[in-house]
Design a protein. Structure first.
Length: 416
C-alpha cells in the first residue's frame, strides 16, 4: 500500500470511494418525507371523517294503517308443579321395619310404602276387644237383673266407649302400614329402616290432594306427585290485577318442551304475597295446564301469557309512528309523496301497536322516522340494531313491526 506525504493511504483506482451527501440531496429527501407523511395524515383524516359521517343520519319508512283483531295479554314468569301432590307420613308411633319404595318409583293408589313394628298396636287391639266384651256382658247383666234406668244408661255408655276404643285401636293397627293416597311418582323418601317415627305434628298437603297421616318432622317421609297434570304458579303486579280473572285462556312456554302449552287461570289472589322496596305489590296467580304431560318436571321455570281481552276490527299503527307535538298526539301522514302532520286520538296499546280511534282510516300511510347513533356510541348502543330497523323480529322495521323502543304517548292505555 502506498501513502501520500500526509500519511493517509493513497487513492487506489481499484477501490470504490464513498460518495458524500451534499446539502442539496439532504433537502430533496427531507421534502419528499414531508409530502409522504402529510399525504398519509390527510388520507387517514378523510377516512375517519367519512366513517363518522356515514355513521349518523335520519332514516324513515312508510307503513300503512291496518285494521284487524288484536288481543291484550298479561305475562308473568312462574314455576311448574304437579296439580296433585301428597305429603305422606306415619300417623302412629313405632320403629320402621320396611321401606318398600324409593324416589322415582311409580305407585298406584293404595300401594304399600312402608311399615312399622305393629306388635304394641296389636296388643292394644286385643285389649280393646276384651274391654268391649266385658262392657257388653255388664250391660246384659244389668238388663237381666232389672237394673235401674240409671244403671242401664251407665252400662250402655261403657259399651259405647269400649266400642270407640276398639275402632281407634284397629285404625292405629291399619296405619302401621303406610299407603299411597294417590297414584303417581315418588318424588322423595325421607325415612329408613330402623328410624323411629311419631305423630306429634300433622303433615301438609297441596289443595288438590289429601294427606293420609301426620309426621313428627317438618318434612314428609314420602312425597308423591301426579306427573300427568300440571300447573304454573307465579305472580302479577297490582296494575294487572283488575284485568286477570279465573277462567281466562293462557299460553305457556318452558324449556322442558318445544311445544306451546295451553291452560286457564285457576285462581287469582287478592292478598299481596310480597312487596318490593319501592312499594310495588305482587299477587299470586295459579294456571292449570290442559291435557296430559309426561315430559315436564317440577320446579321448571315457565313463561305464561294470559289473554285478558280480544278486540275485532281495531285500527292500529306502529307505536313508533305516534308523536306528541305542542301537547297534541300526532302522526306524519304521507299522501302521494307529500307529508303532513295529522292529529289523532289513541286507545289501547297492543304490544308494539297502538289503536287509533280517530284521525286516520284503514289504508292510510304514516311515516316512522328514527336517527341512527354515531360511531362514538358504545358497543351496547350498536347492539340495538333491531331498535333502528336493522334487526329481525317484531321490533325491526324489516320484521314488519314498529321499531323497538317506541313508547306510546301520554294517555295511551296499556295492555290492561
Amino acid at each position: 500500500m502506498t501513502t501520500e506525504e500526509t500519511g493517509f493511504p493513497a487513492d487506489n483506482p481499484d477501490t470504490p470511494r464513498r460518495r458524500r451527501m451534499t446539502w442539496k440531496k439532504w433537502l430533496v429527501l427531507g421534502l419528499a418525507a414531508v409530502v409522504v407523511l402529510g399525504g398519509a395524515g390527510i388520507g387517514t383524516f378523510l377516512l375517519l371523517r367519512g366513517d363518522q359521517a356515514g355513521a349518523t343520519g335520519t332514516f324513515s319508512r312508510t307503513v300503512q294503517v291496518e285494521k284487524g283483531t288484536q288481543t291484550l295479554t298479561v305475562g308473568f314468569d312462574g314455576t311448574l308443579s304437579p296439580q296433585k301432590e301428597s305429603d305422606v307420613s306415619f300417623a302412629v308411633s313405632g320403629t320402621v321395619t320396611k321401606v318398600k319404595v324409593k324416589a322415582g318409583d311409580t305407585v298406584k293408589k293404595g300401594q304399600k310404602l312402608a311399615t312399622i313394628d305393629d306388635s304394641e298396636l296389636q296388643n292394644a287391639v286385643d285389649l280393646a276387644e276384651a274391654n268391649l266384651t266385658t262392657a257388653k256382658a255388664n250391660l246384659s247383666e244389668v238388663y237381666d237383673n232389672d237394673g235401674s234406668s240409671a244403671a242401664i244408661r251407665s252400662a250402655k255408655a261403657q259399651v259405647t266407649s269400649a266400642s270407640a276404643a276398639l275402632t281407634s285401636a284397629e285404625q292405629d293397627l291399619e296405619d302401621a302400614t303406610l299407603r299411597a293416597p294417590i297414584a303417581g311418582t315418588v318424588a322423595s323418601v325421607d325415612v329408613e329402616v330402623g328410624d323411629t317415627v311419631g305423630s306429634s305434628s300433622s303433615s301438609s298437603s297441596s289443595s288438590s290432594s289429601t294427606s293420609s297421616s301426620s309426621s313428627s318432622s317438618s318434612s314428609a317421609q314420602f312425597v308423591i306427585i301426579a306427573t300427568s297434570k300440571w300447573k304454573v304458579e307465579g305472580s302479577i303486579g297490582a296494575a294487572d290485577l283488575s284485568s286477570v280473572k279465573a277462567g281466562q285462556k293462557v299460553s305457556v312456554t318452558t324449556d322442558a318442551t318445544t311445544d306451546t302449552l295451553t291452560g286457564t287461570v285457576a285462581s287469582v289472589g287478592i292478598v299481596a304475597t310480597s312487596t318490593s322496596d319501592d312499594g310495588t305489590a305482587t299477587f299470586p296467580v295459579v294456571v292449570k295446564l290442559k291435557g296430559t304431560h309426561t315430559d315436564l318436571y317440577s320446579g321448571t321455570t315457565a313463561t305464561a301469557s294470559i289473554t285478558t281481552g280480544t278486540y275485532d276490527d281495531v285500527l292500529t299503527v306502529p307505536t313508533a309512528a305516534i308523536k306528541t307535538e305542542n301537547g297534541k298526539t300526532v302522526v306524519t301522514k304521507v299522501t302521494d309523496g307529500s307529508e303532513s302532520t295529522v292529529g289523532v286520538e289513541i286507545g289501547k296499546v297492543f304490544g308494539s301497536y297502538t289503536q287509533i280511534t280517530s284521525g286516520l282510516s284503514e289504508g292510510d300511510s304514516v311515516l316512522i322516522s328514527f336517527t341512527r347513533p354515531s360511531s362514538t356510541s358504545t358497543s351496547s348502543s350498536d347492539s340495538q340494531g333491531g331498535s333502528f330497523g336493522f334487526g329481525g323480529g317484531a321490533g325491526g322495521l324489516d320484521g314488519g313491526g314498529a321499531p323497538g323502543g317506541g313508547a306510546p304517548p301520554a294517555g295511551a292505555q296499556g295492555g290492561r
